[in-house]
Design a protein around this ligand. Sequence first.
Ligand code: COD
Ligand code: ATP
Length: 277
Amino acid sequence: MSSYITWTLREIVLPLPLGVIISAITERLVRRSRPYARLRNNVIKLSVACMGVSCVSCNLLFLVGVIIGTAMQPVGLTGGIATGKSTVSSLLQQQSSSDKEDEDEFVIIDVDGIAHDILLPNKLGSDSVYNLLVAEFGIGILSTEEKGTISPNIDRRKLGDIVFRDGQKRRKLNSITHPKIIKIMLKRILLEGLNLNSSTTNTTKHRRRVVCVDIPLLFEGGVPMRLLFGTIIVVACKPDLQLERLHKRNPDLTLEQCRQRIASQIPWRKRQPKLML
Ligand SMILES: CC(C)(COP(=O)(O)OP(=O)(O)OC[C@H]1O[C@@H](n2cnc3c(N)ncnc32)[C@H](O)[C@@H]1O)[C@@H](O)C(=O)NCCC(=O)NCCS
Ligand SMILES: Nc1ncnc2c1ncn2[C@@H]1O[C@H](COP(=O)(O)OP(=O)(O)OP(=O)(O)O)[C@@H](O)[C@H]1O
């Protein structure tokens, strides 16, 4: 636990605000234009120097944090379980596939998808998320449909049953999965922001590219996570409608299990929105 806190402090708390401050100053100066050109150049030099220092100290994540904070300012798309985040992100993607030159191109990073990927047994090694989870929660979380295979998949339904009814176990799951998820998310934001990810590279040249991260637990990630995003979109609906949508979408869950999942997240009123949908 203490190593997780140290990791978060060193890799996230320190670099991101620095990047955000540099970004805010640079943007303000860019807007004010000519009279401040020299100062602006100095600020840009300062940010390059910060990146240089982090490069020399070989702290790659620090470097990533500063670059992301400075240059990308991605959009965060968040909200409670089954409120409609994926529905909103597919609407944004649909808009992106239109040919209108004046509309932004949204590139969506799905953090739930990243969380699913890291559970797979294909990245074995003693510190793999798969091994750590099996060591922590036991072989009871493995799929029984794949009996006989060397590394059966983790059955997310079984793991979900354990962690959504017990806060301590959920925190344990989070402490194993979140550092890995955050690393992959930062890397993806960087690649997408720099337009280096060949799978999503679009040939359209004149449209603004907006990196949008669909991240359910943005506010649970605290201040550093909020600072990472330039704009935060909160998708919300009335609590009874949320319960109804969740139960309808996941009929395998009992109403009690649905309530447990909703209760495991912070209430929507506490998600301080910059834009509410
Ligand atoms: C618990 C797991 C196995 C359940 O898998 P399952 O396929 O049933 O659900 P899925 O991953 O699609 O998540 C659905 C929703 O549950 C909510 N949720 C997921 N994990 C958590 C969590 N640790 N705490 C609170 N809510 C959560 C989110 O709103 C998410 O959108 C899985 O969600 C998981 O590994 N969670 C830990 C990683 C995590 O925090 N993921 C959320 C992305 S930040
Ligand atoms: N505006 C809407 N009107 C009616 N149904 C909706 C609306 N938005 C979403 N839904 C339905 O609610 C359910 C949950 O939506 P969705 O999967 O987009 O939520 P989510 O927030 O992405 O969920 P999760 O937190 O599990 O990732 C889906 O079955 C979807 O079809």
